[in-house]
Write a protein that binds this ligand. Structure first.
Ligand SMILES: [Zn+2]
Ligand SMILES: [Zn+2]
Length: 360
């Protein structure tokens, strides 16, 4: 199975030919990663496979890499976490990254598809966190290849159907259900489970534990406060951020009222009370985007108002649905198998040896 991955859109794509282990590659400059998030930055990246350059109607160009599914997965598991992670974590990640990619590419029009129509025209998936991180050949090491080899073709299924295997960095102590973030429906294998593991993982990171630091990309090591965090705004700052991010002038902010929370505590409906306007926003990602110049770590927070300032005390990094990457890393370091990790975060799901026999 071949996938077309949209790597970069720019006024003009700058690229050159390269070579790695005697095989031709191509190198792209100024590839933006973490778009709109707090780790937003640019990298030079190198890729195997084919490069094509699409010309978009607005005059920009998009670099698209056509790559074999298993080579794509090898890079994704090395980019999402790190190829220095324990083998069982990489195997678990290979199974979910493969399941997610196959499902997204096969059911673009299904209700569960992530994409809005018109998104990703001319390619199947993007290379950033919107889909899955795919940073080409640089982060790949032998252990990632071994994990992909050991799980070749394997996917996660539930009652014969291919699972929608969501994941994120850190749940903050409890995972979330699907409906808090996306459509209002129950996905039986995306239940809320108590996760004691990511708290222990963050403890290790703070102590400088090498085995856990090795599980993360260097730029993710800048976010060691992700399990329990806080952000403080003056009322003025909050008003400015909300205006910048939502386009709405609320006037001086009087209150932020969580109206509805998911099973983990993530807010999915928030009332913003200003002197000029009162609005309700949701779900999870809209709330995170509205309340930060980049994106709030998560929508699981309590609001404290004192002396004209608003303090958000929160937990976790990401939507919280499905696998908690830091928790899974901790489980693997404590001796869990890939199977144990997947069964814990996707209760009732099972590993199937081939996606060609699944209902999608
Ligand atoms: Zn995408
Ligand atoms: Zn967790």
């Amino acid at each position: 199975m071949k996938l077309r991955i949209g790597i970069l859109t720019a006024p003009e794509i700058r690229w050159e030919r390269g070579e790695r282990n005697g095989k031709p590659t191509f190198v792209l400059h100024d590839v933006r990663i973490g778009i709109g998030f707090h780790w937003d930055r640019r990298q030079t990246q190198e890729f195997a496979g084919e490069l094509s350059i699409l010309r978009n109607p607005n005059g920009t160009q998009t670099a698209v890499n056509t790559v074999d599914l298993e080579d794509y997965i090898t890079s994704v598991i090395s980019s999402e976490m790190s190829a220095d992670s324990p083998l069982e974590l990489l195997k678990a990640h290979a199974v979910i990254s493969r399941s997610w990619a196959v499902r997204q590419c096969t059911v673009r029009s299904a209700p569960s598809a992530l994409f809005e129509s018109g998104c990703h025209v001319g390619f199947d998936l993007c290379a950033d966190d919107h889909c899955q991180r795919y940073e080409g050949l640089r982060p790949v090491h032998r252990r990632a290849e071994e994990a992909v080899e050991a799980t070749r073709g394997q996917v996660l299924t539930y009652e014969g159907g291919l699972c929608d295997t969501r994941f994120y960095k850190c749940c903050g102590g409890r995972t979330e259900v699907f409906a808090t973030c996306w459509e209002d429906r129950d996905v039986p294998y995306l239940q809320s489970v108590e996760c004691p593991y990511c708290g222990r993982a963050v403890g290790r990171l703070r102590r400088g534990d090498k085995a856990m630091l090795d599980c993360l990309q260097s730029y993710d090591r800048e976010t060691l406060d992700c399990h329990d965090w806080q952000v403080t705004y003056t009322a003025d700052e909050l008003q400015r951020v909300l205006l910048e991010k939502t386009g709405i002038d609320f006037g001086p902010i009087q209150a932020l009222r969580p109206l509805k929370r998911g099973a983990s505590g993530r807010i999915c409906l928030l009332e913003i009370v200003g002197e000029k306007r009162t609005e309700r926003i949701g779900k999870e990602l809209k709330i995170r985007r509205a309340l930060s110049r980049t994106c709030l770590y998560s929508s699981w927070f309590d609001v404290e108002q004192a002396d004209g300032a608003f303090t958000l005390r929160g937990h976790g990094w990401g939507h919280g649905v499905g696998l908690c990457q830091l928790g899974a890393a901790e489980m693997a370091l404590e001796g869990a198998s890939a199977q144990d990790i997947l069964t814990f975060y996707y209760p009732g799901a099972e590993i199937s040896s081939s996606f060609s026999s699944c209902d999608i």
